[in-house]
Design a protein around this ligand. Structure first.
Ligand SMILES: *Cc1c(COP(=O)(O)O)cnc(C)c1O
Length: 463
């Protein structure tokens, strides 16, 4: 054993060899040295194990191919494009909204060089980053003023910090939402320094519950869109207009967290329960908050819109600085919002809305095309299937969208095994499993991704 250990080459010798020199060109000396060291450690462990157990096969060959592979794997990013065949259009784990080409161009232009992020070309002095999108948001929502922060969780936290810290916030027990990724309304209120006064019951909260709870410690009435669940059966909650009147008659502020917050009515496309921001503000809500990357279809962002005096207070609060939006998101948001302006039709221009509004025949055509492409793939059986898809991103679970999927079978492989194999192709394809069948739902798949899916299925499953 000692002999074998002594026969292992020295790191220094290996580093001077031709294959190492080639790798150093690509990965740098330190990383190549550390990859070599780790392979030598493996070899040493194997030699020692062999000494202890003569049955263990011995392999001390240092494989440059292995080293190159290890180095490549360490350098590869784990953040990479995927194909979303889950049937959930706004899939938070898959990055929510794909951007429109106009938004990507805007990001590119601002990323490449310097910009007027906080620079006023007229005065040659410092400008405000809020000004780039404020007018556009006001135009589209009817708000007097607006600002954009990092995300909707940051938006609601900033609002509460600026408008109710040290005072009481009144909210209904039926609206204590938890959104995926650890956003819980009671915790956010506590973080803001306000005290939550919960009122009503899970299914019913009356105007009188709000009225009875208001005291001289109250600063704010908070309504939240129960975006990812629904309470059905005997339920009631006061109308926005009534809450607004109550808040204003008692000298309080009325804030509504809309979550998704749509700018155009999506009822004609099967999403009847998403409140349109303009309607909410027209019902006298003082301030609304909503996400940039849910049904709006833009980059991650949190939009705060409403009464000018309140927005001014929010803009000045240190929390607004802590969660401020970056220039890339701002550029993408401006370009996305611009697609809501005439003569553009947002439902034709914004990918998320396109996918929601797309006629079922077109979804079916993609599914049929994928079946055709896979018809001759050995070992693979592809069946067209009618399914239901979802808007996702917290829009109501009952609002299913009709869709079509391709159900895959591949020899004796289980649905889980197919899912796992397709997750590890060069372009990962993420499907879903329903009743033990692996499905590729076509609602969120772009037309030009169909060929790519077929190629990945062939690569992964044809034997
Ligand atoms: C999604 C959502 C949030 C959080 O939005 P992010 O942009 O993910 O921070 C807050 N409130 C509601 C009601 C939501 O649906």
């Amino acid at each position: 054993m000692q002999d074998e250990l002594r026969r292992l080459p020295k790191v220094q010798t290996l580093l001077e060899s031709a294959p190492a020199v080639r790798l150093i060109d690509v990965y740098g000396r330190a990383d190549v040295a550390s990859a070599i060291r780790s392979k030598l450690d493996d070899a040493r462990t194997k030699i020692i194990a062999h000494a202890a157990d003569p049955e263990t096969p011995l392999s001390v060959n240092l494989l440059w191919d292995d080293i190159a592979k290890d180095l490549g794997a360490v350098r590869a990013t784990t953040l990479k494009p995927t194909i979303n065949a889950t049937g959930v259009i706004i899939h938070t784990n898959l990055g929510r909204a794909p951007l429109a080409p106009q938004a990507m161009e805007a990001v590119h232009a601002v990323a490449e060089t310097y910009s007027t992020l906080e620079y006023d070309l007229d005065t040659g002095k410092r400008g405000s980053r809020h000004r780039h999108v404020e007018d556009l948001i006001c135009q589209l929502t009817g708000a007097e003023a607006a600002l954009v922060v990092n995300n909707c969780a940051g938006a609601i936290l900033t609002c509460l910090c600026a408008l109710s810290a040290g005072q009481e916030v009144i909210a209904s027990r039926g609206e204590m939402v938890e959104i995926g990724g650890s956003f819980r309304m009671p915790d956010v209120i506590a973080q803001s320094g306000a005290t939550l006064k919960e009122i009503g019951t899970t299914n019913k909260t009356h105007l009188s519950d709000y009225a009875d709870a208001i005291s001289d410690k109250t600063a704010l009435l908070l309504k939240s869109h129960t975006s990812n669940y629904a309470i059905v059966g005997f339920t009631s909650s006061p109308a926005r207009e009534e809450l607004a009147t109550l808040a204003h008659d008692t000298g309080n502020v009325f804030v509504e967290d809309l979550g998704s917050g749509v700018l155009v009515d999506l009822a004609p496309y099967g999403l009847p329960n998403e409140p349109v921001v303009k309607d909410v503000l027209a019902a006298d809500v003082d301030v609304v908050t909503f996400s940039g990357d849910k049904l709006l279809g833009g980059p991650q962002a949190g939009i705060i819109a409403g009464r000018r005096d309140l927005i001014d207070l929010i803009k000045k609060h240190p929390m607004a600085r802590a969660v401020r939006v970056d220039k890339l998101s701002l550029a993408a948001l401006h370009a996305t919002l611009d697609l809501y302006r005439a003569p553009n039709n947002p439902v034709e221009r914004i990918p998320v809305l396109q996918k929601i509004a797309e006629p079922i025949e077109d979804v079916k055509e993609r599914a049929a095309r994928l079946c055709d492409l896979l018809a001759l793939t050995p070992n693979v059986e592809a069946d067209l299937m009618s399914t239901t898809a979802r808007a996702g991103g917290g829009s109501l679970p009952q609002q299913d969208l009709p869709s079509f999927a391709v159900a895959l079978k591949a020899g004796v492989r289980s649905a889980d095994a197919i899912a796992e194999t397709l997750r590890h192709t060069p372009m990962p394809v993420i499907g879903r499993i329903t009743k033990d069948r692996f499905l590729l739902d076509m609602r969120a798949v772009a037309p030009d991704e169909v060929e790519e899916i077929a190629a990945m299925v062939e690569l992964a499953l044809a034997t």
